[in-house]
Write a protein that binds this ligand. Structure first.
Ligand code: SF4
Length: 352
């Protein structure tokens, strides 16, 4: 039976949160944050694993749970240790300074930067040094049913990922089958791409958890080298169009991706579903927590769980008054539960 990609993706995220990195030579003291559907304007990866360690993650946590976007990073990372006029302290942003002033006010309101006015000048001072908290970024493409045609369509995308080398490693995660992964299939994927075969239990209370095995080890990509962005390719290699990605651009993008992963984690999937539907719940299946639709009797894909779903029924109003007086009904409780798990995972990761 085919596994919906969304469900598979949630299982890979939960497995990675428990088990990454998959090799036995794991770094001691290493920690991970797992998120989904992140990347750049042109490319989103299914699963992102950010490798870090507890000490630097704790240093990052001083800046709050919300992400720092590129504007905030530009200010916070360059803020001086002593009071200074902001234009002297910060590099030229390449756009009008008035936008920088807005960002300074935002950072001060969030309590992550000191700012004061001296005459008609704004001075800034850092509260803490922004830590270099990101070690490696791992990109995983989830393809539960990897057959020859799926491998074919993945190959072009993976070759682009390898050429750009924005992530340190690129993997494909696929469902375990009775057979070993065919050598011919492996040959179609770029040799730099790792392959994980994932075994899932499809019923409750099997006593088995989702597990994964490395079928092919990836090569580390050079994140500090100039990357190649393939814009167009045809049958004739001489007609291909590409441009270079400078290491500075890559470093900035990596940090932005890591910041979004820090804020969202993988549990934010519930924000694009309808937990306020009377049929929505969470269920533990094979050790993984998955959304469950009581009307369809399955773990529903997020795309199906929307206002347009023909089986959607809002929570009965009395659900919101009996036992759920102030905080809304069970749907709101599901959102709170996942947000709390996300927060706890991040802070437990901080403490470990
Ligand atoms: S009935 Fe539709 S909207 Fe309701 S939980 Fe199921 S899939 Fe989601």
């Amino acid at each position: 039976m085919e596994t919906p990609e969304f469900t598979f993706e949630l299982r890979v995220c939960q497995w990675a949160e428990r088990n990454w990195p998959p090799s036995s030579d794991a770094r001691s003291g290493g920690r991970v944050l797992v998120a989904r559907q992140l990347g750049t304007k042109h490319r989103r990866w299914d699963t992102i694993v950010v490798e870090t360690d507890a000490r630097r993650l704790a240093a990052r946590s001083r800046f709050g749970s919300a992400r720092l976007d590129s504007d905030l990073l530009g200010v916070v990372r360059h803020a001086p240790a002593e009071w200074a006029y902001y234009r002297d302290a910060l590099p030229d942003p390449g756009y009008p300074w008035r936008y920088v002033r807005e960002t300074i006010h935002t950072a001060a309101d969030r309590g992550i930067l000191d700012a004061r006015r001296r005459g008609n000048r704004i001075e800034i001072r850092r509260k803490w040094e922004y830590p270099a908290w990101v070690d490696r970024i791992i990109a995983i493409e989830n393809k539960p049913d990897l057959d020859a045609s799926a491998a074919e369509s993945l190959t072009d995308q993976l070759q682009r990922d390898v050429a750009l080398a924005l992530a340190d490693e690129v993997w494909v995660a696929t469902r375990t089958t009775e057979e070993t992964v065919e050598p011919a299939l492996l040959e179609r994927l770029p040799i730099e791409t790792g392959i994980l075969t994932v075994t899932t239990a499809d019923r409750e209370a099997t006593g088995k958890r989702t597990d994964a095995r490395v079928a092919w080890h990836p090569r580390s990509l050079d994140r500090s080298a100039v990357g190649t962005r393939i814009l167009e390719r045809g049958r004739d290699p001489s007609a291909a169009r590409f441009e270079y990605a400078e290491p500075e651009w890559k470093a900035t993008k990596r940090l932005e991706i890591a910041e979004r992963a820090y804020e969202r984690g993988w549990r934010s999937y519930v924000d694009s579903m309808r937990p306020d539907c009377r049929w929505f719940s969470l269920r533990s299946i094979g050790g993984d927590t998955l959304p469950w639709c009581g009307a369809k009797e399955c773990s529903q894909p997020s795309a199906d769980c929307s206002q347009n779903c023909p089986s959607f029924e809002p929570e009965p109003p009395n659900w919101r008054t009996r036992g759920w007086p102030l905080e809304g009904g069970p749907g709101a409780a599901v959102k709170r539960l996942l947000a709390e798990q996300r927060r706890r995972n991040r802070s437990e990761t901080d403490r470990r």
